[in-house]
Design a protein around this ligand. Structure first.
Ligand SMILES: Cc1ncc(COP(=O)(O)O)c(C=O)c1O
Length: 435
């Protein structure tokens, strides 16, 4: 195959992820190419990628330095595993990742955010067992949370539609309430009300016994559940309760990691230190699948008490630390550093916030939320749930902007390379449809 990709003749074989396939096929939006913040479809229609892929192309698309690093790596070492043997690029990638954090010392590589979450939950369970607290088996999540789609992540997740087809997966879970409150509508950044909702964790400790809980997992800013920044004081209180009961705090930074909040990681922005952190997406600028779990020295040490020939953690993936992903990760971190990508996100955050909140008052807009370079516009329900969101999504796509409809909210997470004039252009496109 060469030249511009064409619309395939048959769209039936590919069982698409999270897709209403019959609706998709009525008007397939088929992307052929990408550059910077734009996608081009097979029909030559150009759209601004307002979702940065799927919250992941932080440095924009097709960055030549990342492309080159992947090509070079593929030509020298295509694959070697890391089970009791290793290859340099995986260790180099791990060192670079750890250097980016203030207090994590180790990273376990996975291939996706879902695998990172399930790995983190398993590390939490095994950590307590290694310390003689094997009774800690409960995992706590929260409503509206998205932690991927594997068994553990789905169990602690809180989006009913994602869970309903599968029944109970991990048996011992509890969920805190979400923090989307009417009194916070149109808050700029962190809302004022809702820190009291962290007391749900205290209640769960009282109901089940804090000594029975292994870990609580939270996204610093709920992403796929509709972009919900944490109320002021909320994450701090979760941290306190975890400390009080010996519960590990896992921050799921699959979206907020790698600059989305204007800092390397979201927890740095919010000033909270989790015990474990999951990442993926922006780790390689989404070029090669990769995820990871960051762990503190204390956690890692608990796994090193057995005989020297004993495996530390009975867990791993064929592709953990894959050479192509590792090379892509190193090149991505170089680009983030050399091009000041995180600094640009920090600088653009207030321009982004002003643009979004400038849409207040547009017909049918009932809430607007933002954090770093994340945003969501909540539309009034009009007919079935999601109908208004889907209609706005379609109209915006036709005008040249891609957003992510989540029910009746329009979520956005643009590349972090965004300029002021591009933010204005996005604002104009949104206004032309919403107003
Ligand atoms: C917070 C969070 N965790 C986990 C995941 C799952 O990541 P993946 O789709 O790479 O499995 C996502 C994906 O959007 C996410 O937003």
């Amino acid at each position: 195959m060469s030249g511009q990709p064409q619309m395939p003749n048959d769209l039936d074989s590919f069982w698409m992820p999270f897709t209403a396939s019959r609706w998709f096929k009525q008007n397939p939006r088929m992307i052929a190419a990408a550059d910077g913040i734009h996608y081009t479809t097979v029909d030559g229609h150009r759209v601004i990628d307002g979702t940065g892929g799927l919250w992941c192309c932080n440095a924009g698309h097709n960055h030549p330095k990342i492309v080159e690093a992947i090509q070079t790596q593929a030509a020298s070492l295509d694959f070697a595993h890391n089970f009791n043997q290793g290859h340099p690029v995986a260790f180099q990638a791990a060192n670079r990742m750890v250097e980016l954090t203030d207090h994590f010392d180790h990273i376990f590589f996975t291939n996706s955010g879902s695998e990172a979450v399930d790995t983190a939950l398993k590390i939490a369970l095994a950590y307590h067992q290694a310390r003689g607290e094997g009774q800690r088996r409960m995992l706590v999540g929260r409503q509206k949370a998205y932690h991927g789609i594997n068994f553990g992540g789905l169990s602690v997740g809180g989006i009913g539609l994602n869970k309903g087809q599968f029944g109970t997966l991990y048996p011992s879970t509890a969920h805190m309430r979400h923090t989307w409150l009417a009194e916070n509508f149109f808050s700029r950044g962190q809302p004022e009300h809702g820190a009291y909702l962290a007391e749900d964790l205290q209640q769960i400790c009282e109901t089940y016994g804090g000594h029975a809980i292994a870990a609580v997992i939270v996204e610093p800013v709920i992403g796929a559940g509709g972009v919900l920044p944490p109320p002021q004081g909320y994450l701090e209180r979760i941290r306190d309760i975890c400390d009080q009961h010996g519960i590990l705090m896992i921050m799921d930074e699959v979206i907020t990691g790698f600059g989305r909040m204007g800092t390397a990681f979201g927890h740095q922005h919010f000033g909270i230190k989790p015990d474990l952190m999951t990442v993926a997406k922006g780790m390689t600028n989404a070029t090669v699948p990769m995820g990871g779990v960051f762990a503190t020295e204390t956690i890692r040490q608990a796994f090193l008490n057995g005989p020297e020939t004993m495996v530390d953690l009975f867990h791993g993936y064929t592709y953990s630390g894959h050479p192509l992903a590792s090379a892509a990760a190193i090149a991505t971190l170089d680009v983030y550093r050399d091009e000041g990508i995180f600094e640009n996100a920090a600088q653009m955050a207030s321009v982004w916030e002003d643009m979004l909140h400038g849409l207040k008052g547009a017909p049918g807009v009932i809430d607007i939320r933002n954090a770093g370079l994340l945003g969501a516009i909540q539309l009034e329900q009009n007919g079935a749930v999601g109908a208004a969101g889907r209609a706005a999504y379609e109209a915006l796509w036709d005008k040249g902007l891609s957003v992510r409809p989540i029910g009746d909210s329009l979520a956005m997470s643009p590349p972090l390379t965004l300029t002021e004039s591009q933010i204005t252009e996005i604002g104009d496109l949104l206004a032309s449809v919403l107003k």
